[in-house]
Design a protein around this ligand. Structure first.
Ligand code: HEC
Ligand code: HEC
Length: 324
């Protein structure tokens, strides 16, 4: 190879690498140009801290022990406190590969879930069953998880799961803190946001940063391990105005349909005390048309003119409200 052809060859390598670099540099978005901020639509971080020890894990109040591999078996989730919930149907406790994964793993046996999944405890059974039907039909989309699960679960099993979770009482789970700076975090392979082991802080920016109060307990899928969410300063007051008054016609007061305490009415679900990251993701999903069931039509005018900072404020305020 002479000198100029070597230079050309180098240029070809550089050009070939450019699209790859562009992909790495982009914030993870699932669907091209749609508005899906990375903080609300979690994907695993490119670099993961090394795994911690492989020994048996414990959680407060339980005499059981499970290894991390057992805890993360989505077909056979841990049941740390079996005396604290009613008998669970098989669909909640035992999955069938590949897609009929056990509800109790991601949503926890307490139904309180994590930010990347959702709370199911105490939601109306009719609402839960309808969401499962919407995942099955494609009226509601969650490409990461529930689309495949919804397609694999029969209506009878969906109803059994709905009855189980509807009967559970939600517990206080979300603490909301206004802050300018937040701990540096990463998203693990299960898409859970965790503080970086080496520590450090960074500006919050236009994001909600939600993480477990106690990462070890959340990683163990402890059914009683709550979350803390950092939100930009001023979010709570702004969110309260939007939620309770509509803030001069920007949206419709939520209590009209979700009840004055925002804890749900009939089959309209509770929105008080949910994970703020989950709430925000759903407001984007209504905007983006990923929730298209009959009942979702009622939400579309509500979200139509909400901007990113409105969505953050609404989610922060709702999360700060008591779930009951
Ligand atoms: C592997 C993890 C995982 C498992 C197992 C799982 N889910 Fe989910 N579930 C999710 C995620 C993630 C979401 C949030 C979807 C979104 O962001 O729109 C969710 C959301 C839901 C919702 C919507 C809740 C709401 O408030 O609208 C329902 C209902 C639901 N799941 C039911 C179930 C049932 C029933 C099972 C068992 C058959 C199950 N899930 C198993 C991950 C899981
Ligand atoms: C006109 C009635 C109506 C109003 C007003 C309304 N909602 Fe809703 N909302 C619904 C219905 C019905 C659903 C269930 C949608 C479905 O089944 O897909 C829902 C669902 C939701 C969900 C998804 C809950 C979950 O568990 O996934 C969120 C979040 C939500 N609403 C937030 C709000 C907020 C915030 C406001 C006020 C700014 C509001 N809603 C105002 C009727 C309403």
């Amino acid at each position: 190879m002479n000198r100029s052809s070597r230079r050309n060859f180098t240029w070809i390598l550089v050009l070939a690498a450019v699209p790859a670099l562009a992909i790495i540099a982009q914030p993870p978005q699932q669907n091209g140009s749609r508005n899906e901020p990375a903080w609300a639509f979690p994907t695993p971080s490119a670099t993961q801290p090394p795994d911690t020890d492989a020994g048996p894990k414990h959680v407060p109040g339980s005499s059981k022990a499970y290894t991390q591999a057992q805890i993360d078996d989505l077909l056979n989730p841990p049941d740390w406190l079996p005396d604290e919930h009613p008998a669970a149907p098989a669909v909640v406790t035992k999955g069938t590969a590949p897609d009929a994964l056990a509800c109790g793993s991601c949503h926890l046996m307490s139904g309180m879930g994590h930010a990347e999944s959702s709370q199911l405890a105490g939601l109306p059974a009719g609402y839960i069953a309808q969401q499962m039907a919407d995942f099955k039909s494609g009226d509601r989309k969650d490409p990461a998880r529930m689309t495949a699960i919804g397609k694999a679960i029969s209506p009878e099993d969906a109803k059994a799961a709905a009855d189980y979770f509807a009967a559970l009482k939600p517990i206080p789970w979300e603490k909301v803190v206004e802050a300018d700076t937040v701990p540096k975090t990463y998203l693990n392979k299960g898409r859970q946001r965790l503080p970086l082991p080496e520590g450090g802080t960074e500006p919050i920016g236009n994001r909600i940063i939600e993480m477990p109060d106690d990462p070890a307990r959340a990683l163990a899928r402890d059914p009683k391990s709550p979350f803390v969410s950092y939100v930009p300063k001023g979010s709570l007051a702004k969110g309260q105005a939007l939620v309770t008054t509509g803030d001069n016609g920007k949206t419709i007061p939520c209590g009209i349909c979700h009840g004055t305490a925002l804890t749900g009415v009939g089959d309209v679900p509770r929105i008080a005390g949910l994970s703020p990251v989950y709430i925000a993701r759903q407001l984007y999903r209504f905007q983006n048309g990923d929730r298209n069931g009959d009942a979702a039509e009622l939400m579309k005018p509500t979200v139509a003119s909400l901007k990113d900072d409105d969505i953050i404020a609404v989610a922060a305020y709702l999360a700060s409200r008591p779930p009951q």
